[in-house]
Design a protein around this ligand. Structure first.
Ligand SMILES: [Zn+2]
Length: 143
C-alpha cells in the first residue's frame, strides 16, 4: 500500500514503558489488544455504533488519533474511520500474519496496536479507506 511507504516507520516511540509497566497501566483486555496486537470480537466494542461528536484518543497514551467527523458506518463490527485526524498520529506497518497481507495501524506516540487499514473496498468516503480500529484501543473525549 502506497500510504505505508509514504509514512515509513522510522521513529522510536515518544512514550515507552516496559512490558510490566504496560501490564500495570492497562486492563488485561486492553493489554491484549494494544500491546499484543489482539482483536476484540466484532460488534462488542463500546464505540462500534457511536455517533457522539468528539476526539478519539489512544487509550494507552492519550494521543489524539481520530475525530468523530471521520467516523463512518461500515457495518463491519468495529469503529471505522476514513482518515487519521492528523497523518502523523498513526504509523502503518505491513502485517503478514494469519496468511493475509494487511496493513497494521499503530499509535505513533506509543506504538500501541490500534487495528488495520483497508482500502479500495468501495465505501463512499473521501479516501476509500477504512481504518478498522478496536474500540478498546480508543478513548472518546466528547466535545
Ligand atoms: Zn498511544
Amino acid at each position: 500500500m502506497s500510504s505505508a511507504q509514504e509514512h515509513p516507520d522510522t521513529s522510536a516511540p515518544e512514550i515507552e514503558h516496559t512490558d510490566d509497566e504496560w501490564r500495570r497501566r492497562l486492563s488485561p483486555a486492553e493489554y491484549a489488544v494494544l500491546r499484543q496486537a489482539g482483536t476484540e470480537r466484532p460488534f462488542t466494542g463500546e464505540y462500534t455504533d457511536t455517533t457522539t461528536e468528539g476526539v478519539y484518543r489512544c487509550r494507552a497514551c492519550g494521543a489524539e488519533l481520530f475525530r468523530s467527523t471521520e467516523k463512518f458506518e461500515s457495518h463491519c463490527g468495529w469503529p471505522s474511520f476514513y482518515d487519521p485526524a492528523d497523518s502523523d498520529a498513526v504509523i502503518l506497518r505491513p502485517d503478514d500474519s494469519l496468511g493475509m497481507r494487511r496493513v497494521e495501524v499503530l499509535c505513533r506516540t506509543c506504538h500501541s496496536h490500534l487495528g488495520h487499514v483497508f482500502e479500495g473496498e468501495g465505501y463512499p468516503t473521501p479516501t476509500d479507506q477504512r481504518y478498522c480500529i478496536n474500540s478498546i484501543s480508543l478513548t472518546l473525549e466528547p466535545q
